[in-house]
Design a protein around this ligand. Sequence first.
Ligand code: FPP
Ligand code: MG
Length: 380
Amino acid sequence: MLPRFARAATRAQAKRRTLPSLLPSLPSSRTFSSTSSTSKPQSAWAEATESAHSVLTPPPSSLPTSAYDPLGAIYEEIGNLRSSLFNMLGSSHPSLDTVAKYYFQAEGKHLRPLLVLLISQATNGLAGKAWEDARHEAYGRNVDDALTSRGGVLNDWNPESMGPEPVGAMTFADPFRIPDPSTKSSPPPPTPVLTHLQPLPTNSDTPEILPTQRRLASITEMIHVASLLHDDVIDDSSLRRGEPSAPSTFGNKLSILSGDFLLGRASVSLARLGSSEVVELLATVIANLVEGEVLQLRATSEPEREPTQKGFEEYMRKTYLKTASLMAKSARAAVILGGCGGKGGEAGEWVKDVAYGYGRNLGIAFQVRRHGLLCLENHH
Ligand code: FPP
Ligand code: MG
């Protein structure tokens, strides 16, 4: 591989000489902060990285940084996201409750929810009349409302939002009794105590994010963390984000089961968003994650000796399935919840494709950069 990267390094250096004049003058921000621009490159890899760094490091500017800091604009949303995730993951089973929440305790980047929230902010309102309809529907339904009117059917007690489970609330020793159709149907399932319908906001200066889009942001993080719980078992990882991993703390069995529990809760929340297209998108993400992981198992057990076009295609496919699919499809789902491409919002079809393409490219760039840095680390 090295000679190819050596050529890439030379090309990157040639580009460095031409690119700065083409780049717009960006403000400095923590997202772009540079490292060790003075250190000497020790290999073609290091040289290539050094070159990429100097291309990406913008010249200093006097413009205020906050206007360009995506986290700055959405900081409060991320804080709310964390508490909403804890709320969604309560279980009456203490060990499940602990393990399911374990990876949410560490400060993560929350890249996927961030993408959903920012895409929502950027595109809400573009669907015209369909946006108004989506808005009314999002505030008119509670994202926590059960879709069934038969209390007791769901068996989905969440102590975080419903309080402690009353003794005998769900009994299984007796057979299920089919109600007499002539009697009134049983009352609807208990409404979570911590949530209430939000009033439709009036004009405000900050771009609006719908409750359904916020919930979608939480769902993306739940699917991501479920995949990490499984991945740490497969990879036999002792650490995650510098802390002991879930399998090394609680064991493989509870880690796998907690990942499944997260997927279950994410699926219920997904259904309650009320869009079958969004359900379809996110359900295929789960299958894609598994397909990507299987491709990776094969690539690890039969590594390529020579770089080939076929190998590159496989690598990109695996990267899409494992990382970019979730970003691409959740970005697309966010604009659908904002009315794009819905009834009367056909013009929004294009916005859906733009959101998907953005998420997909971002996901691939994120993973390729990560692999590059890992190779660099291993090389040293
Ligand atoms: C991290 O990879 C892992 C993923 C991005 C996805 C893993 C997917 C599965 C285990 C399939 C099961 C999916 C679900 C939804 C239950 P990595 O090992 O390259 O990165 P790491 O260094 O963060 O572990
Ligand atoms: Mg791993």
